[in-house]
Design a protein around this ligand. Structure first.
Ligand code: F0G
Length: 359
């Protein structure tokens, strides 16, 4: 099959758009939910504040399940189906499980998700439930969940769709292709939150492939940011008990450790830690100042950029892209902790006028 199911075409179907750069064969089922083709949104306020030439937000939260995971999952689940799998399995802090469950549904496969109990943002859990995934909530961390699913996938006929599956990284590298295709060049700096370290590895691969193919003449510095309570790539040793408000990146022993370090070193970039306070500060700037409502982990990319600026790094003349990885609606609890501008009123116009301070 060479055309998308349902006739969907163009930029929002990465398996077709970047087919020649992906492991897609004639036997790969071309199933799509409309992933990729996400907007690159120019900053309206923070760009000037940070002294950048240009600042863009890559709105990965506009993917079908509300996170960047769909880029990798559309390929990983298609390849699992192509290989005859009947079930997919993953460990997750929430977004991977939401995405795996959606694509498994679309392919008519069973999805099994293993998650740290009580540590998944509400919206993400709702997605896995809605798609009919079989959910196992373990008394342990994401790192424990990943160990368990790796062992299960060795013993049972299920396809593992975490980013240790190479198809996940292949699909996710298309985010870098889209940035270059849209800007006509690579940015100077790419800011990205880092948890299990698949995405920073994927973006670096995407930029590097375009560079090798001479579709672009430079590559960005990769600036990865981990939460301070879960920053093994910064300290150089796994964290036994990771802790952060950004539950999506609450990971103590990233599976693609070496990929992240290579991305950092080959790009002459950095991987640094941002505190929960810095993450929340960036989170609370993005929605009111830029119109971008993301989940806390996603704000780590901007938090890191703000941190570098505050530390005196000169950003003048530079173009930066922050990857905004997941939607704010996934974690309504954190959003509602913001002090709202809200009053109760009776249902009369004059009462609402008074509530607004107009009368
Ligand atoms: N941002 C969000 C919103 C995420 O969900 C994740 C990872 C990351 C950033 C970090 O990406 O792991 O490739 O370094 N979420 C995974 C999950 C672990 O299970 O949904 P990474």
């Amino acid at each position: 099959m060479s055309t998308a199911e349902g006739g969907m075409s163009g930029s929002r179907f990465i398996l077709e758009r970047y087919r020649e750069l992906l492991p897609v064969t004639d036997a790969t089922p071309m199933v799509t939910l409309g992933e990729g083709g996400t907007p690159l949104i120019r900053s309206c306020r923070l760009e000037a504040e940070l002294g950048l030439e240009a600042l863009y937000f890559k709105a990965e939260f506009t993917n079908p399940t509300g996170s960047f995971k769909d880029r990798g999952m559309v390929l990983a689940v298609a390849k699992a189906a192509e290989a005859g799998a009947e079930a997919v399995i993953c460990a997750s802090t929430g977004n991977t499980s939401a995405s795996a469950a959606a694509y498994a549904s679309r392919h008519g496969l069973k999805a099994i998700v293993v998650v740290p109990s009580g540590r998944i943002a509400m919206g993400k859990l709702a997605q896995a439930v809605a798609h009919g995934a079989q959910i196992v909530a373990i008394d342990g961390s994401f790192d424990d969940a990943l160990r368990v699913v790796r062992e299960l996938a060795e013993k049972h006929p299920v396809a593992l769709v975490n980013s240790v599956n190479p198809h996940r990284i292949e699909g996710q590298k298309t985010g870098a292709f889209e940035i270059v295709d849209e800007l006509g060049a690579a940015p100077d700096v790419l800011c990205i939150p880092v948890g299990n370290a698949g995405n920073i590895t994927a973006y670096w691969r995407g930029f590097s492939e375009y560079y090798q193919m001479e579709r672009v003449v430079t590559r960005p510095q990769m600036w990865g940011f981990q939460a301070a309570g879960a920053a093994p790539l910064v300290s150089g040793v796994p964290v036994a008990h990771p802790e952060t408000i950004a539950t999506a990146i609450r990971i103590g022993n990233p599976a693609t450790w070496d990929g992240a370090i290579s991305a950092r070193d080959e790009s002459e970039g950095l991987i640094d830690a941002v505190t929960d306070e810095q993450i929340l500060e960036a989170y609370r700037r993005l929605a009111p100042d830029e119109g971008i409502f993301c989940e806390p982990a996603s704000a780590a990319s901007l938090a890191g950029l703000m941190q570098q600026h505050a530390a005196g790094v000169d950003l003048s003349g530079k173009t930066a892209v922050c990857i905004i990885t997941g939607h704010g609606l996934k974690d309504p609890d954190t959003a509602l902790e913001i002090e709202a501008d809200r009053v109760e009123s009776s249902a009369e116009t004059d009462a609402v006028e008074r509530a607004l301070g107009w009368g």
